[in-house]
Design a protein around this ligand. Structure first.
Ligand SMILES: Nc1nc2c(c(=O)[nH]1)N[C@H]1C(S)=C(S)[C@@H](COP(=O)(O)O)O[C@H]1N2
Ligand SMILES: [Mo]
Length: 167
C-alpha cells in the first residue's frame, strides 16, 4: 500500500511530461494541429504536427456537458490536454491556443493537471468542421465542476484551434 503510493509518487516526480523523447511519428493524413514552443518531441523543424489518427491514439475522454455555445448538453470527445502535452514532451506553465480566426487564449497547464480538460475532436461522435467550431475545441468538464462555468474558463475554451504554443 505505502510502497505502491511511494512508487507512484516517485514516478510522478521522476517522469515529468516528456518521458518519451523523440518518439513522435510523422503524420500521414491532413495536419489538423501544430504544436510549437518548449517541446522535446518533434516531427518537423521544432514543431509537432498531428493528424486525426495521431490525436485519436492519445489517451482520451468524453465530456458530456452543457456549454454557453449550444442549446442543451453535448458530448465532446478527444485527447486529454495532459496526454497531448506528454506526447510532445511539453515543458512550461502555459499553452497558448490559437484559433483559425486569430483569436487566442492562454491556458495554464495547471488547468489540464487539475481537471480532465480535452481538446475535443468530435461533437456527439462526429468530427467538427471549421464552421462547426472544429477542427479542435478545448473543453472543460463544466457539468462535473460547476465552478468552471464562468467567463474565466469560457475565454479559455477556444474553438477552431489549429495551433498550440507551449511555454
Ligand atoms: N475561436 C474562438 N474561440 C473563442 C472565442 C473566439 O473569439 N474565437 N472567444 C472566447 C471568449 S473570450 C469567450 S467568453 C467565449 C465566448 O463565447 P460566445 O462568443 O459564445 O459568448 O468563447 C471563447 N472562445
Ligand atoms: Mo470572453
Amino acid at each position: 500500500m505505502y510502497a505502491k503510493f511511494a512508487f507512484v509518487t516517485l514516478m510522478t516526480l521522476l517522469v515529468p511530461l516528456g518521458a518519451q523523447a523523440g518518439t513522435l511519428p510523422k503524420p500521414t493524413g491532413e495536419v489538423i494541429l501544430t504544436i510549437t514552443g518548449d517541446i522535446e518531441n518533434t516531427n518537423g523543424d521544432k514543431i509537432a504536427e498531428f493528424d486525426m489518427a495521431m490525436l485519436d491514439r492519445l489517451a482520451s475522454r468524453t465530456t458530456e456537458t452543457a456549454t454557453p455555445w449550444y442549446d442543451g448538453p453535448r458530448s465532446f470527445s478527444g485527447p486529454l490536454v495532459s496526454a497531448l502535452l506528454e506526447a510532445v514532451g511539453g515543458h512550461g506553465t502555459t499553452i497558448r491556443a490559437h484559433a483559425v480566426n486569430d483569436y487566442s487564449a492562454d491556458i495554464p497547464i495547471e488547468d489540464a493537471m487539475s481537471f480532465p480538460v480535452i481538446l475535443a475532436t468530435r461533437i456527439n461522435g462526429a468530427p467538427m468542421s471549421v464552421r462547426e467550431k472544429g477542427p479542435t475545441f478545448l473543453i472543460y468538464p463544466f457539468d462535473e465542476n460547476p465552478e468552471l462555468y464562468n467567463e474565466k474558463y469560457f475565454g479559455r475554451s477556444v474553438w477552431q484551434i489549429h495551433k498550440i504554443d507551449v511555454f
